[in-house]
Design a protein around this ligand. Structure first.
Ligand code: TMP
Ligand code: ASP
Length: 245
């Protein structure tokens, strides 16, 4: 199956049509952006690493009954995916306070949350992806009430699975972002990617050192260096954890 035309270019991936209308090809780029693309760079090998990590996690989630858009990998930085209509919401799940939660609420970095926090952000670059309330989300008709409930339930199930999976990698899952899509039967599928670009991952073996423990895109956002090594480390630990299953 060959890639046909470019359908959409995002900050981290390019989507191509294929010779089947129900299948798209996602090409993962090495480009890195942060702060709504105000900061730009490139992380060598990131496309292939993120594609591999996402693919392994999607396969594991599928095996646990979570439906995803993942099909297979024609090349290391390409993923064939089921075509879906993306729900224009970024779903963030948090287990530990970090990032915008600390900035907006004053909670100290590293505060363990009593229960996971599920948040919705409007996937809208010109507006800067603002935090939404459920009522605003419904007002804008970004999803139906049933879809919001379904997305929340899936996000919490995915969080339970990922917390345990990353624990086996000696990594703490601080928070992460998910995107969902609807297939032709209006079924919710997990879409986009799950990678060090979209998660905060802390290395348990690095202790409490707030810089050394970071194995995710915060190394790029905060100019901590060693970004490729951190992403590669996550990939190696994910591969080992899958092998040991
Ligand atoms: P935040 O603390 O900046 O709101 O980020 C929460 C989580 O969501 C974190 O794991 C990084 C991820 N994220 C994305 O994947 N894309 C984004 O555009 C943003 C802002 C965050
Ligand atoms: N991916 C987002 C951007 O580039 C923000 C981030 O991940 O920090 O705009």
């Amino acid at each position: 199956m060959s890639a046909l035309t470019k359908l959409y270019e995002g900050k981290a991936k390019v989507l191509y049509t294929t010779d089947r209308s129900d299948i798209l090809l996602a090409d993962f780029k090495d480009d890195a952006t942060a702060f709504n693309a105000q900061k730009r760079g490139s992380i060598q090998g990131k496309g292939a690493i993120n594609c591999s990590i996402s693919s392994k996690l999607f396969q594991q989630l599928e095996a646990h009954g979570i439906k995803t858009h993942y099909i297979d990998n024609p090349t290391p930085n390409q993923m064939r995916v089921r075509a879906v209509k993306i729900v224009p919401i970024e779903v963030v799940v948090r287990n530990i306070a970090a990032g915008s939660l600390c900035q907006q609420t004053g909670l100290p970095l590293g505060t363990v949350l009593k229960q996971p926090l599920v948040e919705f952000y409007y996937k809208n670059d010109p507006l800067g992806d603002p935090l939404l309330t459920r009522d605003r989300l419904l007002l804008l008709e970004l999803a139906t009430p049933e879809q919001v409930d379904g997305i929340t339930h899936l996000a919490l199930q995915i969080n339970d699975f990922l917390i345990n999976f990353f624990k086996r990698c000696d990594i703490t899952l601080v928070d992460f972002k998910l995107e969902f899509g609807l297939d032709s039967q209006q079924q919710l599928l997990l879409a986009d990617e799950i990678s060090p670009d979209t998660c905060r991952l802390w290395d348990n073996s690095a202790g409490d050192d707030p810089n050394r423990r970071v194995l995710d895109k915060d190394r790029f956002r905060r100019d901590l260096g060693n970004i490729e090594n951190a992403y590669q480390e996550v990939l190696q630990r994910v591969l080992k954890a899958v092998e040991e299953l």
